[in-house]
Design a protein around this ligand. Structure first.
Ligand SMILES: Nc1ncnc2c1ncn2[C@@H]1O[C@H](COP(=O)(O)OP(=O)(O)OP(=O)(O)O)[C@@H](O)[C@H]1O
Ligand SMILES: [Mg+2]
Length: 250
């Protein structure tokens, strides 16, 4: 990582009511500007909980989150204007058309009508939804909804983008369009934090990764570092299985 951390979390803890264990148990991370950072881990590891706290949707029990030099506890509004979130559970309005959905999100981000129109048109085309712009989201396939969900999170060109499993449940073509887009916005300086179960994808895409299990970081580094440290493993998936075990999770 370069010198400057754009995201810094320190001993972050989250315990859900009635849960046996902490969902996030003293996680610390430093993410540099312009990185594509992968948060990897089996089901229930605490990835979504971590991302939800980073983007201010969920309050930590303890620990600090500093984003672009601002403390989330005291500067939540400023931070919200810097970040984009693409949630794991699709968050678009089924009864609205693709365009109306983007109108809603664009206004929420404070974009002007003309900006919303231009950006919506170009992103809908880019993600091959141009012809469907006037159709209600409920008529979309799962992959089309995922692409619309993604556009909704990026239309204000956030400086930091959080993506929670953006490539789950979509075909190879859609996946490629999304991954190409992520590489492109990384080139323009956007910092991306993303979660995935697809190790091969993370290995190619991420500058650094953290492997989480049971709310804790159990390994971190560049994919190359991790391979050098685990000479018995031939790829990230082997390392993942070695560290997190082969037993099924929740
Ligand atoms: N709202 C909630 N209330 C109670 N427990 C929760 C809640 N959300 C998550 N959990 C629990 O917290 C732990 C971490 O869940 P989280 O969703 O953060 O995992 P994840 O790594 O995103 O998993 P997945 O890969 O399945 O998306 C799990 O044990 C889960 O059951
Ligand atoms: Mg999750």
């Amino acid at each position: 990582m370069g010198e400057k951390a754009i995201i810094e979390i320190n001993k972050l803890v989250k315990h859900y009511k009635n849960a046996d264990a902490d969902a996030v148990d003293s996680m610390s991370l430093r993410i540099g500007q312009g990185e594509i950072y992968g948060l990897l881990g089996p089901n229930g590891a605490g990835k979504t909980t971590t991302i939800s706290m980073l983007c201010g949707l969920l309050r930590p029990d303890s620990g600090d989150i500093i984003i672009d030099g601002l403390n989330l506890k005291t500067s939540a509004d400023k931070i919200k204007s810097l970040i984009g979130v693409v949630p794991q559970d699709i968050a678009i309005y089924e009864e609205l058309t693709a365009k109306e959905n983007l109108g809603f999100f664009g206004k929420m981000y404070g974009l002007k009508n003309a900006e919303i129109k231009n950006i919506s048109n170009s992103l809908l085309m880019r993600f091959r939804l141009g012809e469907k712009a006037g159709q209600r989201a409920k008529t979309f396939s799962g992959g089309m909804k995922r692409r619309l969900n993604l556009i909704a999170g990026i239309m204000h060109s956030p400086k930091i983008l959080f993506l929670d499993e953006p490539t789950v449940g979509i075909d190879v073509q859609s996946k490629n369009v999304i991954l190409e887009f992520l590489k492109e916005i990384k080139e323009s300086g956007t910092t991306i934090v993303y979660t995935s179960h697809i190790m091969e994808e993370a290995e190619k895409l991420c500058s650094r990764i953290s492997i989480m299990d049971r709310g804790k970081e159990i390994a971190s580094g560049t994919p190359k570092d991790l391979l050098e440290k685990n000479t018995d493993c031939k790829n990230l998936e082997d390392i993942f299985l070695k560290l997190t075990g082969r037993k099924l999770r929740e």
